[in-house]
Design a protein around this ligand. Structure first.
Ligand SMILES: Nc1ncnc2c1ncn2[C@@H]1O[C@H](COP(=O)(O)OP(=O)(O)OP(=O)(O)O)[C@@H](O)[C@H]1O
Length: 215
């Protein structure tokens, strides 16, 4: 699945964003299947806005986003649901777990939305890898942000995908847990030949990125 951007810029931020140089806003770009892309930018410069545009949560932008040759505005609701279940997985900056469901239920929901990609036992394996086995039965709303972030990472990895979209996915983790999570994400993307887009504030060497872009 290819992702292409054609001169996109959020309308409310057009003036602000076009004043400074950017590798993304108002540019034509193509991301080939399997590319590992880092998008780097200081706080408040539009990382979340960008993620929400390409996941079709925001519509107030100029330009066009193309997923596999189909313009995102033309993608119908049922196709969008299918795409989010099968092709494009996401880790939101604000995590978006259901606070009243347990950590395991939050992950399980994503596993069973389509023909499961993994058996239920994989939840335990992934939780062990990221050190969150002990909180699987706990309500997500009672988990620490670092625990919630690891649950959100597992939830994104439990479903099928060709692209993984991650908005500052390590913001609540210490270096040791970042290393574990990055290793797991790299393994899962390699296994599926999947690409990813990852936003973050600073440069890092967590992955062998194929592109590093400044927003
Ligand atoms: N609809 C809107 N109207 C006006 N300003 C907006 C709108 N949406 C976002 N902004 C502003 O756009 C800027 C970019 O916001 P965004 O959340 O995308 O940044 P970010 O790079 O993800 O920030 P952070 O790293 O702090 O999470 C912010 O200054 C925000 O206040």
């Amino acid at each position: 699945m290819q992702l292409a951007l054609q001169q996109i810029v959020p309308i409310p931020l057009k003036e602000k964003f076009t004043k400074r140089g950017s590798d993304i806003w108002n540019k034509d770009l193509q991301f080939a299947p399997g590319e590992w892309v880092k998008i780097k930018a200081p706080s408040g410069t539009g990382k979340t806005t960008f993620i929400h545009i390409i996941y079709k949560l925001r519509h107030d932008y100029e330009g066009k986003v193309w997923w596999n040759g189909q313009e995102l505005r033309q993608v119908k609701d049922n196709e969008l649901a299918q795409m989010r279940q099968q092709n494009v997985s996401v880790i939101f900056q604000d995590l978006r777990l259901f606070p009243n469901l347990s950590a395991r239920e939050n992950i399980e929901l994503k596993r069973v939305l389509q023909t499961p990609f993994y058996e239920a036992g994989m939840i335990d394996s992934l939780a062990e890898r990221l050190g969150v086995t002990h909180i699987l039965k706990q309500r997500a709303g009672l988990c620490s942000y670092g625990e919630q972030q690891r649950i959100a990472i597992i939830r994104a990895l439990i479903q099928p995908f060709e692209w993984l979209i991650m908005d500052e996915p390590f913001s609540h983790l210490d270096q040791e847990n970042i290393a574990k999570a990055a290793e797991l994400i790299a393994e899962e993307c390699t296994k599926r030949k999947a690409g990813f887009l990852l936003t973050d504030l600073d440069a890092d060497e967590h992955f062998a990125y194929t592109k590093v872009l400044n927003l």
